[in-house]
Design a protein around this ligand. Structure first.
Ligand code: NAD
Length: 491
């Protein structure tokens, strides 16, 4: 018997008129029935969000009251974090030790934006006209279409919903068709927190019927998207119609640069976490290791040892460190690219296939390291979204910077060095939206997140993100009591 989930539109839970089955990646078997939103459902959800935007139940709330609703939502996410973590693990195969830690932290994003709601201030302007006052107001941008990919859906939606709701926007959130269970369950918490109907609607479905209808809808004012660059291009084409604002958080091929002055063992722990954490299914996966020649062989040896010791197993087992990948389609892409890289001269240090004890057609893929002779090996440029590390060697700092910047992406970079001056030089030289020095994959609601180049547009996190969900209204006030002169009488 499949478990059934509902969509949430205009404050009501609905079974949906069409459905699809969600597959448990650990078993490859369907386990739940999801509603697939149709274009008609999308239209109702957007219209509900548009009505709610202007209804006094939401637009009449003070910013402080909006913040209190967000704080309540944060409490409920904390309360139900174990349940949400189980659902995410079941539906996406992300291991339970990671979903528990991540969803516990998701509540902090709602708490942070709860506190920011009444701090989005306009400005008084010292205008250059006598008898005039001018000021700006920060008003909600409008109806937001938030679209997330299958990995870390609760986290990737919190970085959109938190700032959007703090700013007074209303939202239609589209969960991914792969693994939507945690977001459909989260809708119940939105309801329980007491948000007025239509302020936040949660649907799921496929790109064409659901995503396209949503992003091209005439009543949508902003699309906040996380996903792949090809989908982002569709969205940008769709928003040519409604001229909606967009923020795009896309993929990456993030370099981790290791100089020969570091403690190799300590750096290797960050590198392993950066590429094999979440089975490499992370936009900020540190998938290109650039290592100074003097420590390259030693570091590769340590990494291969640590990769071999990673506990691979059932995602629901708290001892499991690496679980399955979400879809077979993704594994096929990884296998093809690994093979093409070996054909192009890369040496397979470890992995490259299903791990020992797992069937070749399972959703599992072993931690893989490719020692690459040059930067034109396919694995150096292609985003795997899986547990594959491509290694290149360098001699000088200038060479490391050139290799790091030789990418169409620019999401994140890691630098490992004990030379403080060099650390700062690299921070300046790297063309990425995030630079981690002697650490990797650390995030916080307080710090903006986003990329350069093909990695996207706009930032999530921090005050910057909240302001991006507002628009400025400029106000002029004539403070003179003198009658306004007739403009057509010559003086
Ligand atoms: P995807 O682009 O295939 O899908 C993302 C979402 O877009 C899904 O909800 C999908 O239904 C929807 N969609 C598909 N076609 C659409 C269309 N025509 N119009 C509107 N919406 C449409 O991505 P994916 O395979 O689910 O996720 C993996 C990608 O996400 C990777 O490239 C990864 O790097 C990226 N990612 C980025 C970040 C980040 O913060 N930068 C975080 C996680 C993942």
């Amino acid at each position: 018997m499949l478990q059934t989930f509902s969509q949430y539109i205009d404050g009501a839970f609905e079974p949906g008129s069409t459905h699809f089955d969600s597959v448990d990646p650990a078993t490859g078997e369907p386990w739940a029935r999801m509603p697939a939103a149709t274009a008609e459902d999308v239209d109702r959800a957007v219209r509900a969000a548009h009505r709610a935007l202007h209804a006094p139940a939401w637009s009449g709330l003070t910013a402080t009251a909006r913040g209190k609703l967000l704080a309540r939502l944060a409490e409920l996410v904390s309360r139900d974090a174990p349940l949400l973590a189980e659902l995410e693990t079941r539906d996406t195969g992300k291991v339970i030790r990671e979903t528990r830690a991540q969803i516990g932290y998701v509540a902090e994003y709602y708490r942070y934006y709860a506190g920011l709601a009444d701090k989005l201030e306009g400005r008084h302007l010292p205008v250059d006209k006598a008898d005039m006052e001018a000021y700006t107001r920060r008003e909600p941008l409008g109806v937001v279409a938030a679209i997330v990919p299958w990995n870390s859906q609760l986290f990737l939606s919190a970085v959109k919903l938190g700032p959007a709701l703090a700013a007074g926007c209303t939202v239609v959130l589209k969960a991914s068709e792969e693994g939507p269970a945690p977001l459909l369950a989260f809708a119940k918490l939105v309801h329980e927190a007491g948000f007025p109907p239509g302020v936040l609607n949660v649907i799921t479905g496929f790109g064409e019927a659901c995503g396209q209808a949503l992003t091209s809808h005439p009543l949508v004012d902003k699309v906040a998207f996380t996903g792949g660059p090809d989908t982002a291009r569709h969205i940008v084409r769709n928003t040519a119609e409604n001229l909606a604002d967009t923020s795009l958080e896309l993929g990456g091929k993030s370099p981790v640069i290791v100089f020969d002055d570091v403690d190799v063992d300590s750096a290797s722990n960050s590198i392993v976490a950066g590429i094999f954490g979440a089975s490499g299914q992370s936009c900020v996966a540190g998938s290109r290791l650039l290592v100074q020649r003097g420590v390259a062989d030693r570091l590769l040896g340590v990494l291969a040892d640590k990769a071999a010791r990673i506990r691979i197993g059932a995602p629901g087992d708290p001892a499991t460190e690496m679980g399955p990948l979400a879809t077979r389609k993704q594994i096929a892409h990884i296998e093809r690219t690994v093979q093409a890289s070996v054909d192009a001269g890369a040496r397979l240090v470890c992995g490259g296939r299903a791990p020992e004890g797992f069937a070749a057609d399972s959703h599992y893929f072993a931690p893989t390291i490719l020692d690459c002779p040059h930067a034109d090996v396919p694995s150096v440029r292609t985003e795997f979204f899986g547990p594959v590390l491509s290694v290149l060697r360098f001699d000088t700092e200038a060479e490391a910077i050139a290799l790091a910047n030789d990418s169409a992406y620019g999401l994140a970079a890691g630098v490992f060095t004990t030379n403080l001056a060099r650390g700062h030089r690299l921070v300046r030289a790297l063309r990425t939206g995030i630079v981690w020095v002697n650490t990797y994959r650390v995030v916080s609601p307080i710090v903006p997140f986003g990329g350069f180049g093909l990695s996207g547009l706009g930032r999530e996190g921090g005050m910057e993100a909240a302001l991006a969900y507002t628009r400025t209204k400029s106000v002029w006030i004539n403070t003179s009591d003198a009658p306004i002169p007739d403009p057509f009488v010559m003086r």
